[in-house]
Design a protein around this ligand. Structure first.
Ligand code: ZN
Ligand code: ZN
Ligand code: FE
Length: 764
């Protein structure tokens, strides 16, 4: 038995929504409740996962005619043992003003833009009360046109009449506009000279894509770079110009039918694709050869989205075939939002620009969702979801968490809710720093938020940590993996004691080593490191993160010591030049710039190197992804040997596993079976350590759990062994989820008896 919790926002009040939910739940025999609150409709039902999924899918399919869903968030939680279904009285209380996310074009607006008799025929900025831009255009509250970037467009008489008529679909639709009064399209060459305007701009852009050009398209929350997905030359060109060598590109398809031709789409994935949030959904592709091979080299999955604004619908209808739609930026900078800025920053990348004059107030990237274990897992939380909060069971003081370094987000607690910013990106450049500051500023502008305490990572060199420490507000530093696990506990509404398993690439450990293969025992206020992987040296520190060959060398040095360098004919040495090897040898033997790590992410890198899959990485997580893809469709149940040493904490020794991998590589065993055995071994380690520690609730977090095979197998094996596993749903397992964990961890800190409220706390 599981509990499904659904929060629906939109035009769902006074349209018979609660009776509809009552009928649906009773028909399916699911106990629980529904109620209305000023925030929307809340539903909880309990049952087996198959019935719960049916219930979820039927909400969208069978909802009352007049109901419009602007946002539907759901999560699976532990059962509470409801016995019947009831309509609970509406929740009273003050109405909190929520800033809505940007909402994908609704069916009615869609019909209008393709209806030649409608006054909005082919108008790219058509929207209504139920759809269109929100978060990306709001400057301040209250949400009135004057406080949005639509203020520069005075409504024409017809639009104003719609806006003022209570029964109109556009009553108080703040971005309401038409071609007579609203934003307009322009099509520019690479120098910003206007080539075409309005409808002609669309057809020119579609033609340019067809001709193999790269077109920068200003959408709702920023720019995309688009090329024809079938044109290998164009895709290669985009990679070269964007300095993005191998990281997969997302695709925008003109229709769901076409998606289904090329990818396997489950009912849940179809729901996500067509939802008001319209995220990128990671789908299994049907054959490797469809589309340009460079889109996602060696990758059995594709990141796919459907059009979500009239502009995208019109462009895609004109082009009528999938396009690559990747963020308009250079490597991991924030996406461009302003057309003049884009002209500069995307100079040399885009051949043409399809732009408009509705200013974007803040960048909002496409969200990314992956379905595993019949649930959604958020990999990037941005458009469609931000800035909706995560609810907590208790009221928190105003805390601001500054997140990590990569995939940064920031979060603020207001009463019993935690507002998480949209994905900001890696805090490596001035541009991303500015976006980070702007996101913090947004909490102030939108919620009059004034933090009493800041929470940040323990890493002294993170820009976010330094930002916190330079403020005059008390700071609590939260250990990276502790924050990961706490974020997963918070969204799953689970309290301690739990065993938290946090596996990722890198996180600062309080003992000065780099953590990343952690088993943390967590009670209600603090944590204890209960087990970790045997640490090994990373020659070159940060540099090793991009070079699996260095990681492999570090692993082998940990086992063989200096003798390693006697085994001259080993394959691994061929990955280095003689001079490189000399330098690394002296670094390792003299322990210079060779920090120790227990990271599982690095273990993936090491195995990728030893098996010859990758010696150098082109993007973060590439080795782990490569190993996951390699075992695709392989049925191998075997595991490698490993052992647990030490008692408190337990140390997981991977030496025997690495030995056997070396032997298997030597005897030519295929990568796919080595990879499967490696994954299986990691899962067996989880089971064995969990049994050793005996905590019933096991919480899985950290970037490694974006891996579908690892997560699904770990969850199933844990369940079979009698444990209660928890994993991420609404918040990413990667560092995008850290800010949520930091807020809650800092709050827990205030409950400690030895807590001191002034100055920068450094209790972990
Ligand atoms: Zn609409
Ligand atoms: Zn108008
Ligand atoms: Fe992490």
């Amino acid at each position: 038995m599981t509990r499904l919790k659904v929060t629906i926002r939109g035009a769902v009040q006074g349209v018979g929504f609660r009776p509809f939910i009552y009928r649906l739940a009773t028909e399916l025999g699911l106990p629980g409740w529904v109620n209305n609150s000023p925030e929307g409709v809340f539903i909880e039902v309990e049952g087996n996962p198959v019935e719960l999924e049916k219930f979820l899918l039927r909400i969208q399919e069978e909802k009352p005619l007049l109901a419009v869903i602007q946002s539907l968030e759901f999560q699976y939680l532990d059962s509470l043992g409801y016995s019947d279904f009831e309509i609970r009285p509406s929740a009273e209380g003050e109405k909190r003003v929520y800033v809505l996310p940007d909402i994908a074009t609704c069916q009615e607006c869609l019909a209008e833009i393709f209806d030649p008799t409608n006054r909005r025929y082919r108008y790219s900025f058509t929207n209504c009360t139920n759809c269109g831009p929100r978060f990306s255009i709001i400057e301040a509250l209250p949400y009135d046109r004057g406080n949005t970037s639509m203020k520069k467009f005075p409504m024409c008489e017809t639009c104003r009449a719609e806006y003022e008529k209570p029964l109109d679909r556009r009553f108080h639709a703040q971005p309401n506009a038409c071609s007579a009064c609203g934003p307009q399209l322009q099509y520019w060459d690479a120098e910003g000279r206007v080539i075409a305007e309005r409808d002609e701009a669309l057809s020119k852009a579609a033609q340019a894509i067809r001709d193999g050009n790269i077109v920068a398209v200003k959408g709702i929350g920023g720019f995309h770079l688009m090329v024809d997905a079938a044109n290998e030359e164009a895709v290669k060109q985009l990679r070269a110009r964007k300095h993005r060598e191998e990281k997969p590109f997302a695709l925008m398809f003109p229709s769901l039918e076409l998606v289904k031709e090329h990818c396997d789409v489950s009912a849940l994935e179809e729901r996500a694709l067509g939802s008001p949030e319209a995220p990128i959904v990671i789908l299994k592709r049907k054959s490797e050869v469809s589309f340009a091979p460079s889109i996602a080299p060696g990758n059995p999955y594709l990141g796919v989205m459907l059009p979500y604004t009239p502009l995208h619908y019109l462009l895609m209808r004109g082009f009528n075939s999938p396009v690559v739609a990747t963020s308009g930026n250079i490597s991991d900078e924030p996406i461009c939002i302003d057309e003049r800025e884009a002209l500069e920053r995307l100079h040399g990348i885009a051949d043409f620009f399809l732009v408009h004059d509705r200013p974007i107030v803040r960048s909002v990237d496409d969200s990314i969702v992956r379905v595993m274990l019949s649930r959604e897992m958020m990999l990037r939380r941005a458009r469609g979801f931000a800035p909706f909060p995560i609810h907590l069971g208790e009221v928190l003081p105003p805390l601001l968490a500054l997140g990590g370094h990569l995939k940064n987000t920031v979060a603020a607690s207001i009463d019993n809710e935690i507002f998480i910013s949209q994905h900001i990106g890696d805090l490596e450049t001035e541009k991303s720093h500015a976006a980070f500051v702007a996101a913090i500023q947004s909490f102030r502008d939108l919620y009059e938020f004034r933090p009493e305490m800041l929470a940040c990572d323990l890493h002294p060199d993170y820009m976010s940590t330094q930002f916190a420490q330079s403020s005059r507000i008390p700071v609590t530093q939260v250990q990276h993996h502790y924050a990961h696990v706490i974020s997963c506990m918070a969204e799953n509404e689970v309290n301690g004691p739990v065993l938290g398993i946090a596996w990722d690439g890198t996180g600062y450990g309080p003992d000065g080593t780099i953590w990343g293969g952690e088993f943390l025992k967590i009670n209600d206020i603090s944590f204890e490191r209960a087990a970790y992987f045997r640490p090994f040296p990373l020659p070159g520190g940060e540099k090793a993160v991009k070079e699996p060959r260095r990681v492999a060398l570090g692993l082998l040095f940990e086992v063989f010591g200096e003798d390693l360098f006697q085994m001259k004919d080993w394959e691994i040495f061929k990955a280095f030049s003689p001079s490189e090897l000399d330098v690394l040898k002296s670094m390792l033997t003299k322990k210079i710039n060779c920090p120790l790590t227990s990271s599982v992410g690095r273990l993936f890198d090491g195995v990728a190197s030893l098996t010859g899959l990758h010696q150098m990485l082109r993007f973060e997580g590439q080795a782990a992804m490569g190993l996951e893809f390699a075992l695709d469709g392989v049925a191998v149940e075997d595991v490698y040997p490993f052992c647990l040493t030490g008692e408190n904490p337990i140390v997981i020794d991977w030496e025997a596993m690495i030995f056997e991998i070396l032997t298997e590589v030597q005897s030519g065993n295929p990568l796919k079976s080595i990879s499967a055995k490696f994954h299986n071994t990691l899962v067996e380690i989880i089971i064995k350590v969990a049994k050793e520690l005996g905590e019933e609730k096991v919480v899985l977090s950290g970037g490694c759990f974006q891996n579908k095979y690892l997560t699904e197998r770990a969850v199933r094996r844990l369940e079979d062994a009698g444990f209660c596993p928890y994993w991420h749903q609404r918040v990413p397992p990667n560092d995008g989820g850290l800010a949520l964990g930091q807020v809650v961890a800092a709050f827990r800190e205030t409950k400690r008896s030895d807590y001191v409220s002034v100055g920068s706390g450094k209790n972990y």
